[in-house]
Design a protein around this ligand. Structure first.
Ligand code: PLP
Length: 221
């Protein structure tokens, strides 16, 4: 068995029921994705529209493609025909653009609101406070379905800090689920946890982990 296949199988076997694995394949060649596919993986996450579209064209059609990186409005149209879930909605303007492009394909696109809880200034997303306000005043957009939230913890070795940030995300998720999104059956995804912190994320209530390096090795940019 290849090491990619081995890592997929190990991860799939170790994740608790109710936690979905997104294999983050950005910057890796289609051969690597095919190996993961052959080991049973069907959900892949990419962070650049052009790369995602090129891979989707040549890989099996039953793959669920997730968009996980910063998304420019002018790239939404490229992924709108087939994208399964966009994890990285960080503005109302982007949400409106997804709604508009989804309408052209007569689709409802599932999306997550990205929440900024990390220390780093560079991370995208709404603050917890912004998200609360937004959720209360979300415009009615019939071609998007807000299915949950996504967040990243600070890049640090301090496990207590990572745990605190994941806990904040979980609390916000529960608050929104019981509040602004209480009438939406689709609001069910808490996307948090990457290679170095997915175990903590799961302990703190993650329902979807986004794992790249652990599966595919280091990326060459
Ligand atoms: C790249 C990326 C990941 C995967 O990170 P790894 O450390 O390689 O597991 C997860 N989430 C987002 C948003 C990413 O950009």
């Amino acid at each position: 068995m290849t090491s990619i296949a081995q890592h997929i199988k190990e991860l799939q076997a170790s994740l608790p029921a109710g936690v979905t694995l997104v294999a983050v394949s950005k910057f890796h060649p289609v051969e690597a994705l095919q190996e993961a596919y052959d080991a049973g993986q069907r959900i892949f996450g990419e962070s650049r529209a052009q790369e995602l579209v090129a891979k989707a064209r040549v890989l099996p059609k039953d793959i669920e493609w997730h968009f996980i990186g910063p998304l420019q409005s002018n790239k939404v149209k490229d992924i709108a025909p087939f994208i399964h879930l966009i994890h990285s909605i960080d503005s109302v303007k982007l949400l409106q653009e997804v709604n508009k492009q989804a309408a052209k394909h007569d689709r409802v696109i599932r999306v997550l609101l990205e929440i900024h809880v990390a220390e780093e200034e560079t991370k995208h997303g709404f603050s917890v406070e912004e998200c609360r306000e937004l959720a209360a005043h979300l415009p009615e957009l019939p071609h998007v379905s807000i299915s949950g939230i996504m967040g990243m913890a600070t890049q640090t070795d301090d496990e207590a800090q990572i745990r605190r940030e994941f806990r904040t995300l979980h609390q916000l998720f529960e608050e929104l689920k019981a509040g602004a999104f209480k009438d939406s059956d689709d609001f069910s995804i808490l996307s948090m946890g990457m290679s170095h912190d997915y175990r903590i994320a799961i302990e703190e209530g993650s329902t979807m982990v986004r794992v790249g390096t652990y599966i595919f090795g280091e990326r060459e940019y």
